[in-house]
Design a protein. Structure first.
Length: 83
């Protein structure tokens, strides 16, 4: 894997916390930051899939706004409780 080095500015408190975690996990600061970034990228991709699915479902249902979604969810939950 090709590696690129770059500088990054972080608040001191964040660096201290990151160093504490890295020390507990017996890894370097760089390893911890790489893993954190990989995790963030993966989770963001998963959320993007969820939002795309939701947008597709909204279009199929003819829902045009988040307010309509809130109304549908509210009505569904209240029907469930009254059963």
């Amino acid at each position: 894997m090709k590696v690129k080095t770059f500088n990054i500015a972080l608040p001191e408190e964040l660096v201290v916390k990151a160093d504490e975690i890295a020390k507990k996990e017996y890894r370097s600061r760089s390893e911890l930051i790489r893993e954190s970034l990989r995790t963030y990228i993966e989770e963001r991709g998963e959320w993007e899939q969820v939002f795309r699915f939701g947008e597709k479902a909204m279009k199929e249902m003819g829902v045009k706004s988040e307010e309509e979604v809130d109304k549908i969810v509210y009505e569904f939950r209240h029907k469930q409780r009254s059963r």
